[in-house]
Design a protein. Sequence first.
Length: 69
Amino acid sequence: MSEHDRDREAQEALNALRTALAAHDITLPSLDLHLLSYAGRYATPPLITLGNCNAATAQRLAAALTAKR
């Protein structure tokens, strides 16, 4: 990982999201930094790829999000 502040910001957000999802027993296998935006140098942090998931995971994610309202 790069030592650029924006890269660290994206990695911290990724770790926080992964932890929050895990607390609801949700795993998004392709959750990671978006490689093309990570490789470039922009004023914003790299994007985070949420990736694909199956229907059961989508339902768990929806339930977790609506439970917080």
